[in-house]
Design a protein around this ligand. Structure first.
Ligand code: GCU
Length: 675
C-alpha cells in the first residue's frame, strides 16, 4: 500500500474503462547499455504500458519502425533508420514526440531528452489521452536543479519527511534504492541535477571515503540523467587539508580545491557542479579574508571549469542588524553585496537568488537582485520544502506564489524584464541560468511527509521547463496521475489546492508583513512577537499605533530604490503600492485605509477568519472523496487536513489577539477581544 506514496505520480494505474487505442507492438530503445537513459526509457515504457494496459511489450534495440515505440537520440535514430523526422530545432535536453497511432517516435537531442519524452508519452497514456501528436519541446533554461538539505548524520535541515535517503552516521548509506527511485521521479519532471548535501556544508562530505560514497549516489542517478552536485564548506582547506588558511587567493588553497575537484571528477566524470553558501549565517567565506564574494565564487569556478562544471553561488548573504536603526534593513543585503560585483563573476558561475529578499515568506516582492545583475548569470531559488509555509502539515500549493515572482516585470532600463526572462538568460543575453528548488524528501514513504505536498515538487519540474505553464493545469495533470481520473476527485483537489496559498496567507501574515511564524527556532506556528527585538532583521516594527517596515527612499531603509525607476516609484508611493505588500514597504497606522476601503487592522481580523474558514472547509471537501480514492491515502490526507483546520484556528486566534492587544482597536464584527 505504501507503493502509492512511493510511486507518487508514476503509478501507471490501470485505466478505469476499456479503450481501443492502437498501442505499439514493441519498444525499440536505441541504446541498451545499463547506464544509458535511453535504456531506462525503454524499460520505463515497458513498465508503464504493462501497468496502464496490462500489455507486456518486448524491448529491442533494433527493428522495424512501424507499429513500434522508438526511443533514442536524434543521431541514434539517424544511424538506425537513415534520416531524422524531427522538424524543429532541438536544444540540449529537448525532445521530439510523434505519436501516430501505434507508431511512436520519441527522440531526444541527447539521451536525457529521450527519457523525458518517454515519460511524457506515458503521462499522456496514464491520463487517458490517446491523441496523435507531433511536436518538439525545449527547456526554458539549462539549469533545473534540486537542492537537498541533507546532513551527513542523516538528519535533514528543514526536512519534514523523515531522515535522509542519502546519508547516515557520517557516511553514504549502503542501500541506495530510494535514491534511485528519487532520481526516477526527478527525471520524469525533467530535473537534470541534484545537490545532495545541506548548504551548511560539512567538509567530511568531500573526504576520500565520502567522495567514493557520493560517487555511488551518482551511479544510481546516472541511468535517469540526473547529475550529482555537492555543497561545499568554504573552510575545508583548513579542516580537511590542514592548511593554515582558506583565503581564496592563497596558492595552497587554490591547489587544494583543484585537487579535490580532480578527485571528484575521477570518481564522477559527469559531476554537475558546486553549490556554495559562504559568509552567511555563520558559514565561512571570502569576506573573512577581505576578499570579495566574486573572489570566492571564481576560486571554485576556475577549479571546475576544465571539467565543464558550474558553480551555484548563493546570494543569501546578510548581517545581523540593530533594530533601533530605522534605516537598517536585511532586505537590502543581497543587492548591497552583489551589485557592485556585477561583471566580475566567471562565466561558469551562477548567482542563485532566493525569490524574495528575506527568506521564503508567504508574500515577498521579487528580489531586486534580479534587476541588478546584468552581466552575471542568475538562477532563482524556490522552496518546495514548506519551511515557513506549514511544513507539509498544511496544504499550500505553491505555483501561484512562484508565478507572482517569475511573472513580475522589473522594468530594467524601462523595458520588459520579467524575472523568468532574467533567470533563463534571455533578458540579458547570458549563457547560463535557471532555477533550483529546495526539496527535502526523506525516508517517509510519502517522500515529503504528505501526499498532497508532492504536487509542489511535480509542479516545480514542470515550471522549470516552461515558466508559462498554467498552475491549475499542472495540478490537474498531477492529480490524474496521482489519484486517477474521477472528475470529482480532480475538481475537489483543484479547488482545495488553488485556495490553499491565499488561505494560508490570510491566517498567517497579511499585507506583506511576512509569515509571522516563530522565527527563532521552529519556523512553525504563529509567534509574531519573535520577529521584532532580534538582530535577524525580519521586523514588523509593530507598536501601539502603527506597523510595517518603512522601506522608502524618502524616509526609510531605501530598499524600494534598489528596483529600477518605474518599479521603485510604484513601491515608494503608498498609493501605488499593492495592498498585499503595503506593510513590506510602508509603516502605517492600524487605521490606514486599504484600497478595499477596509482598515489595516480590520483586514487582519477579517482575513484571519476567512482563511481559517477556508481551511475548515478543506476537511469536508476531502471527506467527500471517501471511497473515490484508496483508504490509506484518504486517511493520511484527512489526518493532515484535520490538523490544518485546527492549526488555522490557533493561527487565527494568536494573530488577531496579538494585534488586538497591541492596538486596542476592536473588531467591527465583534469577534475579537473585549468590547
Ligand atoms: C533558512 C533556513 C536555514 C537555511 C537557510 C539557507 O534561513 O531556516 O535552515 O540554512 O535558510 O537557505 O541557507
Amino acid at each position: 500500500a505504501a507503493e502509492n506514496g512511493l510511486q507518487a505520480w508514476l503509478r501507471y494505474a490501470p485505466l478505469p474503462q476499456g479503450h481501443n487505442t492502437p498501442l505499439p507492438l514493441s519498444i525499440i530503445a536505441l541504446n541498451s547499455s545499463t547506464n544509458s537513459p535511453v535504456n531506462t526509457a525503454g524499460q520505463e515504457l515497458q513498465k508503464g504500458i504493462q501497468g496502464i494496459f496490462g500489455k507486456q511489450l518486448s524491448v529491442f534495440n533494433t527493428g522495424k519502425e512501424t507499429s513500434s515505440a522508438v526511443v533514442g537520440t536524434v543521431s541514434q535514430f539517424q544511424k538506425a533508420f537513415g534520416s531524422s523526422p524531427v522538424k524543429n530545432k532541438l536544444e540540449e535536453d529537448g525532445f521530439w514526440l510523434n505519436v501516430k497511432g501505434s507508431t511512436v517516435q520519441i527522440l531526444g537531442q541527447n539521451e536525457r531528452g529521450a527519457l523525458y519524452g518517454a515519460f511524457e508519452y506515458l503521462s499522456m497514456l496514464a491520463q487517458g489521452n490517446f491523441s496523435n501528436v507531433e511536436y518538439a519541446t525545449n527547456p526554458a533554461a539549462p539549469v533545473r536543479w534540486i537542492n537537498s538539505w541533507d546532513n551527513m548524520d542523516g538528519s535533514i535541515t528543514r526536512g519534514f519527511g523523515g531522515n535522509s535517503i542519502f546519508f547516515a552516521d557520517g557516511h553514504v548509506v549502503s542501500n541506495l534504492t530510494r535514491a534511485s527511485e528519487y532520481a526516477r521521479l526527478l527525471s520524469s519532471i525533467r530535473i537534470n541535477a541534484a545537490v545532495v548535501n545541506d548548504v551548511n556544508a560539512n567538509f567530511t562530505t568531500i573526504d576520500p571515503e565520502n567522495i567514493q560514497g557520493v560517487g555511488r549516489i551518482a551511479d544510481v542517478f546516472r541511468p535517469y540523467g540526473i547529475q550529482l552536485g555537492l555543497s561545499l564548506d568554504f573552510a575545508s582547506p583548513m579542516e580537511l587539508g590542514n592548511l593554515s588558511t582558506y583565503d581564496p587567493l592563497d596558492p595552497g588553497v587554490i591547489v587544494f580545491w583543484d585537487d579535490i575537484t580532480k578527485q571528484i571528477y575521477d570518481r564522477i566524470p559527469d559531476f554537475a557542479g558546486y553549490l556554495v553558501k559562504a559568509d552567511s549565517e555563520g558559514t565561512p567565506g571570502p569576506l573573512v579574508y577581505n576578499r570579495t564574494l566574486a573572489d570566492g565564487a571564481n576560486l571554485f569556478a576556475k577549479a571546475i571549469d576544465p571539467f565543464g562544471g558550474i558553480v551555484m553561488y548563493r546570494a543569501f548573504v546578510y548581517n545581523l542588524l540593530n533594530e533601533s536603526d530605522w534605516t537598517a534593513d536585511r532586505a537590502n543585503a543581497a543587492v548591497d553585496y552583489f551589485q557592485p560585483l556585477d561583471g566580475q563573476f566567471d562565466d561558469n558561475v551562477i548567482v542563485q537568488i532566493k525569490y524574495g529578499p528575506i527568506d521564503f515568506q508567504v508574500r515577498e516582492p521579487a528580489s531586486p537582485l534580479f534587476a541588478n545583475l546584468l552581466e552575471t548569470n542568475t538562477a532563482i531559488e524556490l522552496q518546495v520544502a514548506q519551511e515557513y509555509l506549514g511544513q507539509q502539515c498544511h496544504l499550500v500549493y505553491l505555483p501561484p506564489l512562484w508565478r507572482t515572482i517569475l511573472d513580475f516585470d522589473l522594468r530594467v532600463q524601462n523595458q520588459s524584464s520579467l524575472v523568468r526572462n532574467v533567470i533563463t538568460g534571455e533578458r540579458f543575453k547570458r549563457p547560463l541560468g535557471g532555477s533550483a528548488a529546495v526539496v527535502n524528501v526523506g525516508l517517509n514513504d510519502t517522500w515529503l511527509g504528505s501526499h498532497l505536498a508532492m504536487s509542489n515538487l511535480y509542479a516545480y519540474g514542470r515550471l522549470a521547463w516552461d515558466w508559462t505553464s498554467d498552475s491549475e493545469e499542472i495540478l490537474q495533470d498531477w492529480t490524474r496521475l496521482t489519484f486517477g481520473l474521477d472528475q470529482t476527485v480532480i475538481d475537489t483537489i483543484t479547488q482545495m489546492s488553488m485556495a490553499s496559498w491565499p488561505a494560508y496567507e490570510n491566517y498567517s501574515g497579511n499585507l506583506g508583513e511576512q509569515t509571522l511564524n516563530d522565527i527563532l527556532y521552529t519556523h512553525f506556528g504563529p509567534n509574531p512577537q519573535t520577529l521584532d527585538n532580534t538582530p535577524w532583521g525580519q521586523w514588523t516594527r509593530a507598536d501601539h499605533t502603527s506597523i510595517g517596515m518603512d522601506r522608502t527612499v524618502s524616509n526609510g531603509t531605501g530598499f524600494s530604490g534598489q528596483y529600477p525607476p518605474e518599479v521603485a516609484a510604484m513601491y515608494e508611493n503608498l498609493e501605488t503600492t499593492p495592498d498585499n505588500l503595503l506593510l513590506w514597504f510602508h509603516h502605517v497606522n492600524y487605521t490606514q485605509k486599504l484600497k478595499s476601503g477596509e482598515t489595516v487592522i480590520q483586514h487582519f481580523y477579517d482575513a484571519h477568519y476567512e482563511g481559517a474558514e477556508t481551511a475548515q472547509a478543506f476537511v469536508t471537501m476531502w471527506q467527500s472523496l471517501e471511497g473515490k480514492i484508496d483508504d490509506e491515502r484518504f486517511e493520511d490526507v484527512l489526518f493532515r487536513q484535520v490538523f490544518q483546520a485546527g492549526h488555522s484556528i490557533v493561527w487565527r486566534d494568536a494573530i488577531v489577539n496579538f494585534y488586538n492587544n497591541i492596538s486596542g482597536i476592536p473588531d467591527d464584527a465583534g469577534r475579537v477581544g473585549h468590547h
